[in-house]
Write a new protein. Sequence first.
Length: 532
Amino acid sequence: MNRRAFVPFHNGEAVAWSALAALPFSRFREAVLTAVAGGQRLAAFFGMREGRGRLRLVAVLADDQNGVLYGLRTLVEDSFPALTPECPQAHLFEREIYEQFGVRPEGHPWLKPVRFELPDGPGAGRAALNGTRRASAEENPAGNSGSGSGSAASVQEAPAIGAADFFAMHGDEIHEVAVGPVHAGVIEPGHFRFQCHGEKVYHLEISLGYQHRGIEKVLAGGPHPRTLYQVETASGDTSIGHTLAYAAALESLSGTRVPARAQAIRGIALELERLANHIGDLGALAGDVGFLPTSAQCGAIRGDFLNMTALLCGSRLGRGLVKNGGVAFDLEPERIAELKRRLEKGAAEAARAVQLLWNSSSVLARFESTGILTRQQAVDLGLVGPAARAAGLFRDVRHDFPGGIYALFHIPVSTMEAGDVYSRAFVRWLEIERSIDFIQELLAALPGGEIRSEPVRPLTANRFVVTLSEGWRGEICHAALTDARGRLARYKIVDPSFHNWPGLALCLRGQAISDFPLCNKSFNLSYCGFDL
């Protein structure tokens, strides 16, 4: 991207809406494709209605290497040439735009619903639910096609399932396995459609959106008194990660300064959230291969880390801790001492439990070379978080776009190269060790002073801000735009799972179908974080 033509801004920096480059669509498309080809990525891409039925498209590009963001905007009518054929990162974003507004990205290879919601806007009707078409493997660079090898299999049309079509294969000994959306376990709804030849998976298509809650829609017109509670449940196991991004957006738009002590407590809470989920995932991975010693121990240790968050604020999930302008609860010396004691105990127990995993040859035999996602695939799909770092990408908001306490206290980025289940598991372990060190360092040097700025100021009119936080699954992106009255005209949330679900589908190709539970848990993505 030509930096002279487009104004960069930083994570959490509010800019005038007019500062975003307003381009004709042809230049907009060219700018996005050029930027992505040059190493930037789509952090967000969304639409918003603007007078006379026109749709405003907004793209947020992240330049990880230089730690800056770019915002571009354009206007379209009933359709626009899709970016997806040349930029797979746009795949789900364009499907979402079509579903929500009925504006068609022409040339998109697989234009099926993302969340099964009715689109907005004149003439949209049910087009986004019924206007899909069949695409071949060659047409689909985003990794959502089914293909076989030799004469045994071919891609054919499949009948519609409700409002959604699925890719299908036909041929000798080809079979289809459909799982969900209702599952045997107590988990959220999601449908997985496997196209197999024998035990080998040729294609996995993942269909989500069964519990679409419309969170972004209710945020418009805010902030309201209950807005923070709605954001806390955007993805329930990532309450701290999402509320940090939301609070940072409002604080930037209102010019509210967050005290240093509050920033430190926020950082401690975010890393405790990471610890609880990472250790839980390692235990679940152990359970998936029948290695019960680590599975049982990690389940208990996860509870200990959750209880450390409860020590901060009374909620094991961190609900009610983050407030606009700071935090709601302080850490007095007695609780600091207790948190240090619990953290030291949890670190020692986690090390013992996880070392059992790495010392088991049978476990390593199941983890290594299973569910490989290459570095290039991770780049093409715009993956984030441990899944991206396990494939060799040096990508972490805490390093690339540091905000809050992370601008002063740094955490090394943990990476692996193989992109398999083992790499995704080991990156989690490295992050556990480094998060523990980070919390211990903060507790030893906790800044003094207030924990919240009062009073909280109103939002500034006609401003745009993008806030990024590194949740335990990866980058959380919130984009907010205020109107002339200083209310939220548009609020966009991109959970890391939105980027990473296609990566799970892709890593199953060529694997045995029995490897799916292991691959699935190695990503451990959010259904509700996707179903916003």
